[in-house]
Design a protein around this ligand. Structure first.
Ligand code: EPZ
Length: 427
C-alpha cells in the first residue's frame, strides 16, 4: 500500500485541472445497460472506482474500448456496448468492493426484466441501507426478494409498468436507480422528494440524450414517460464539484491562490458560499473558479444537507480548513451517522475539535504539526492531506487506496501548484 508524505508550509499557487465527476460517472456508466447501442462517455476520471465499475460491467457482457488513448492528459473517453446482456447477476466479490455497484439494479431490471445483485453491506461512514432503492422499484411494479445476501428483482412479463414514489428521505443512489428503471417502463412514473444533486441532473441529461422523456430535471419532482427503446449517445461527464471543493480548501489553508480549471460554480453554490463566509475570495467564470486566501480565516458554522445544501462530501475538508480559522465553528453532519473519523487524526496533528453525536465543535486557530495519520474513508483522507499542507513538518498519510478512489492523480495535481508532496511505497 502506498503512502503520501507531505511537507507542509508551501503556499499553493497555480492552476489545477478538475477531472470528471466520480459520482456522476458511477451512475452514467450503468446507463450502457439500457441500450444495445454504443455509449461513449468522455472525460471519465482515471479512478479505482471507475475501473472497478467497468470491470463489473463486463460481468453482464458489456464491452468497453478506450478510443484514442492520451496518457499524458487527465481523464479518458470510454465506449461501452451492451449489445446483448449475457448475465444479470452482480456477484458479492465485486459488489463488496464498491457499494455503488447497487446502481446496476435499476438498469438491469429495466433492460432484461430481472436482476440479482449482492447486498452492498455497510461502509466506514455508516450502514447505508438500500431500502429506498428497493421500495421505489417495487412501486414501479418490480417483485423484490432478499435471499442469501442478494437482492433478486424481477419485472412482470412485458416489463415494469412504472408508478409513483414519494421519498421519505432524499437519496441520491435510490433516485438514480429509479430514473434508470423508469425510462424503459411501460407507463409514466413520478418521483417526489427526489435528489437534486448536479450528478442527478447529469444522469437526466444523458438519459435524455439517449431518447428518454423526463420532466422536472433539476427539481425534486421528476416525471418520466417510459419509452420502448433507448439509443446510444456520446456524453461528457460533468466536472467533479467535490474534487474542486477539496482543492479550494487546500489552497485556502495554505493562504494560496489557485485556479480550478474546468470547475463549474453552478454546482458548488453552498461550498463557495461557505468558503466566502470563512474569508476566502472566490471568483468564477465559465471556464473555472479562482480561489484566493489572502486575509485571516474566520470561524463559520456549517450544516450538511441534500443539494442545494452543503454537501456532506465537503464536511471533512472544510473542517480541516476551520482548524486554522479564528474562533469557534460548529459543524453538523445530518446525512451519515459516522462521518467524523477524520477528527481523531486531525487532533493528533494539533487540532482542537470536540464531537458530540453528529455535531463537531472546532476551536481555532490551532498550530498544526505533521504526524503519521491513517486514512479511513475517501473524504476523511482528503481532510488529512489538506491539514498536512498547512502543518509544520512532515505528515505521512497511509492507506492511500481510499484517496485513489476519488482523486485522480492527487499528488501530481498538488505538485502542479507547488505542494511538497510525494507518493512512496509503504514499507
Ligand atoms: C451518494 O451516496 C454519494 N456516492 C456519496 O458520496 C454522498 O455522500 C451521498 O450520495 C450523499 O450526497 C455516490 O454517488 C457514488 P444517499 P448514496 O442514498 O447514494 C440514507 C463520496 O465520498 N439512505 O443519498 O449512497 C443513507 O443511509 C460518497 O463520494 C437510506 O436510508 O447516498 C444516508 O443517511 C460518500 N436508505 C442518506 O439516505 C436508502 O435506501 C443519504 O444517502 C438509501 C439511502
Amino acid at each position: 500500500m502506498d503512502k503520501l508524505i507531505i511537507r507542509g508550509g508551501n503556499r499553493l499557487s497555480g492552476t489545477i485541472p478538475i477531472s470528471g465527476a466520480k459520482n456522476a460517472a458511477l451512475t452514467l456508466i450503468p446507463c450502457a445497460l439500457l441500450t444495445e447501442e454504443a455509449l461513449t462517455l468522455r472525460n471519465l476520471p482515471r479512478l479505482a472506482d471507475i475501473d472497478g465499475f467497468q470491470h463489473l460491467m463486463t460481468q453482464f457482457g458489456v464491452s468497453h474500448t478506450i478510443p484514442g488513448k492520451r496518457p499524458e492528459e487527465f481523464g479518458r473517453n470510454v465506449t461501452l456496448e451492451a449489445m446483448r446482456i449475457t448475465s444479470s447477476v452482480a456477484p458479492y466479490d465485486l459488489v463488496r468492493k464498491m457499494r455503488a455497484s447497487i446502481l446496476v439494479l435499476g438498469p438491469l431490471l429495466a433492460r432484461t426484466g430481472e436482476a440479482t445483485v449482492s447486498l452492498p453491506g455497510g461502509c466506514a461512514i455508516g450502514n447505508r441501507p438500500i431500502d429506498l432503492h428497493l421500495k421505489v422499484l417495487e412501486a414501479f411494479g418490480a417483485h423484490i426478494e432478499l435471499a442469501q445476501g442478494y437482492v433478486k428483482a424481477s419485472a412482470p412479463d412485458g416489463g415494469l409498468p412504472g408508478g409513483e414514489f414519494d421519498f421519505p428521505v432524499v437519496s441520491v443512489g435510490a433516485t438514480e436507480n429509479a430514473l434508470m428503471a423508469a425510462v424503459l417502463c411501460k407507463g409514466t412514473s413520478r418521483l417526489v422528494n427526489a435528489a437534486r444533486e448536479p450528478e442527478i441532473v447529469d444522469l437526466c441529461n444523458l438519459l435524455t440524450a439517449m431518447g428518454a422523456e423526463i420532466e422536472g430535471v433539476g427539481t425534486s419532482e421528476l416525471t418520466i414517460h417510459g419509452v420502448s427503446k433507448l439509443h446510444g449517445a456520446t456524453y461528457r461527464v460533468m466536472p467533479d464539484r467535490i474534487e474542486a471543493g477539496s482543492y479550494a480548501c487546500a489552497a485556502a489553508i495554505t493562504g494560496g491562490e489557485v485556479r480550478l480549471e474546468g470547475a463549474e460554480a453552478g454546482d458548488m453554490g453552498s461550498t463557495l458560499h461557505a468558503l466566502r463566509n470563512i474569508g476566502v475570495e472566490i471568483e468564477s467564470d465559465k471556464h473555472g473558479i479562482n480561489v484566493a486566501a489572502n486575509g485571516p480565516l474566520k470561524a463559520h458554522n456549517l450544516t450538511t444537507a441534500p443539494f442545494p445544501g452543503l454537501a456532506t462530501d465537503m464536511q471533512a475538508q472544510l473542517m480541516s480548513l476551520l482548524t486554522r480559522a479564528e474562533g469557534t465553528s460548529v459543524l453538523k453532519e445530518t446525512i451519515f451517522e459516522n462521518r467524523f473519523m477524520h477528527v481523531p487524526e486531525l487532533a493528533r496533528m494539533g487540532a482542537d475539535i470536540e464531537t458530540e453525536g453528529r455535531t463537531a465543535i472546532v476551536r481555532g486557530p490551532t498550530r498544526l504539526t505533521g504526524a503519521e495519520v491513517m486514512a479511513t474513508d475517501l473524504r476523511a483522507s482528503m481532510s488529512l492531506v489538506i491539514a498536512g499542507l498547512a502543518a509544520e513538518g512532515a505528515t505521512t498519510v497511509r492507506r492511500l487506496y481510499h484517496l485513489d478512489r476519488g482523486y485522480e492523480r492527487l499528488e501530481e495535481k498538488l505538485q502542479l501548484v507547488g505542494a511538497d508532496v510525494e507518493r512512496v511505497g509503504d514499507d
